[in-house]
Design a protein around this ligand. Structure first.
Ligand code: SF4
Ligand code: SF4
Length: 467
């Protein structure tokens, strides 16, 4: 029996004989999906480049400061103390991505992924603008180095690098904030050597990704792409070729009778869907890992169908079962199970989030210290405290109250003001009446007040002599 899966044995962008990369020159797509994707891209790019400038209470609306472990989501500050929330959010996100992929395949890749948006909607458009469509690009590649070729190539790569610098700056703005970024840009390089080096490295990486790596990121690097094989099933909606309607394919016949005689399907084997594909695959082979669901082949085929007077949708968003049995089953048992897990995670996340305190007091007995004798009737323990302020206001007038009549708290120096999104630290002694201690270790509760308002409480132990 003929092996119809041989196309899976090699990658369309690698030469089978030499093992060298085959550069892809996809034809410029046009059509309703491409237009819709262009509008979506403009919106998303506007958000990406605009959000770092938006502030809430003087802070960035989004910040992912992995260096200082400070994260801000829409004005809410998360610190390392919220690690459990962050970990749970990551698990929830993974379940959501799996669920979304099981139902809608790689819809994300085609419409939302920054790699596709920058590659197809920014860098590729510039390339079409400077070098022309695929045929002109090929010709330019083969042409001798004339002043026209030098100008085009130099101009293109200069613009590419300028955009890579812009992306790197934006990327850094999400990590350190726009104010810090402006300092790096405007102040002498010597004062921000680390930031400057980071900018240069990021710019180089982005340039390399979009000027050289291109579709290889989706084909060989992206872990999400690699996981498609385990996430997709026959009910997943993907960009699919209707093989029942299209096969057997064959060149368009002069007359209807001739076509009927040959019993041909609707695919006229024109290759338009292959020519526009940015990952150099033939969607008529079926769902492939390389397909980023960019919809270019849908537009190309619809255009051909219009020209030959046949119904659009030979290539369309559909599932394997949708094509084979004519029915779309979105809510399969597997999907329902994922939805159940996702809802449970969201409820837990919501509960933890709403009960999360904006101010946290951490009180720990100073390690390595035993109790000290104050006088004949009192002993003391030394403690270190931290007041973690996640709000956007300073917290002053802090005092500690011991929830136990047998002892008192004696703060070392003054309790500092806990600045917004900062930690106030210090130490205090707790003195207890020796006679009233029942055991070597006494559990104590300490309440923390700011200007007379209780803001948090913490528990700790008091060590005394063995009873
Ligand atoms: S097969 Fe179609 S949807 Fe998939 S990457 Fe190629 S052109 Fe885009
Ligand atoms: S564009 Fe449509 S008609 Fe042309 S080869 Fe592809 S599937 Fe067949």
């Amino acid at each position: 029996m003929e092996d119809t899966e041989t196309f899976r044995d090699h990658i369309g962008t690698v030469d089978e004989n030499t093992g060298k990369r085959i550069w892809v020159y996809p034809k410029k797509p046009k059509g309703r999906f491409y237009n819709a994707r262009t509008y979506v891209s403009i919106l998303l790019l506007g958000l990406l480049f605009g959000l770092p400038f938006i502030k809430v209470h003087g802070d960035p609306i989004l910040l992912f400061n992995v260096i200082e472990l400070k994260f801000i989501f829409f004005g809410i500050v998360f610190t390392p103390q919220d690690l459990h929330l962050f970990a749970l959010a990551m698990i929830t996100l993974i379940v959501f991505v799996v669920l979304f992929t099981v139902v809608f395949g790689r819809l994300f890749c085609g419409w939302i992924c920054p790699q596709t948006i920058f590659m197809e909607m920014v860098f590729r458009k510039i390339e079409y603008w400077i070098e022309g469509d695929s045929t002109q690009q090929r010709r330019l590649k083969e042409a001798k180095w004339t002043s026209d070729k030098i100008l085009k190539k130099f101009g293109k790569h200069t613009i590419f690098f300028a955009i890579a610098i812009l992306i790197a700056n934006t990327f850094l703005a999400y990590i350190i904030g726009i104010d810090e970024l402006f300092k790096i840009i405007s102040e002498p390089v010597s004062q921000h050597m680390g930031g400057f080096v980071a900018l240069v490295i990021f710019s180089g990486i982005f340039y390399f990704v979009f000027a050289r790596m291109r579709e290889q990121v989706c084909i060989a690097v992206c872990p999400y792409g690699r996981l498609q094989g385990v996430m997709l099933d026959k009910n997943s909606i993907v960009v699919a070729y209707d093989w029942l309607r299209g096969e057997p394919r064959g060149k368009v016949q002069k007359s209807k009778e001739e076509a009927e005689l040959k019993q041909l399907g609707d695919c006229i084997d024109c290759g338009a869907c292959v020519r526009v594909c940015p990952t150099a695959i033939d969607i008529r082979h079926g769902t492939q890992l390389e397909c980023v669901n960019c919809t270019a082949c849908i537009d190309a085929c619809d255009d051909i169908m219009d020209k030959v007077g046949r119904e659009r949708g030979l290539i369309r968003y559909d599932s394997h079962n949708g094509i084979e049995q004519g029915r779309k089953t979105l809510f399969t048992g597997r999907v329902m199970a994922y939805i159940g897990v996702l809802i449970a995670l969201l409820v837990l996340q919501g509960f933890l989030f709403t009960t999360r305190s904006e101010v946290e007091a951490v009180i720990l007995r100073t390690p390595g210290m035993l109790f000290q004798k104050v006088d004949d009737s009192h002993i003391s323990n030394l403690y270190n405290y931290q007041i973690i302020n996640k709000t956007t206001e300073d917290i002053g007038g802090i005092e500690f109250r011991l929830f136990d009549p047998r002892g008192v708290i004696k703060v070392v120096g003054q309790v500092p003001v806990a600045g917004k999104q900062a930690i106030a630290e210090g130490a205090f002694f707790i003195e207890m009446e020796t006679d009233k201690l029942e055991s070597r270790k006494t559990k104590l509760k300490i309440e923390v007040y700011s200007n007379g308002q209780k803001i948090d409480e913490a528990s700790t132990n008091f060590l005394g002599p063995v009873k």
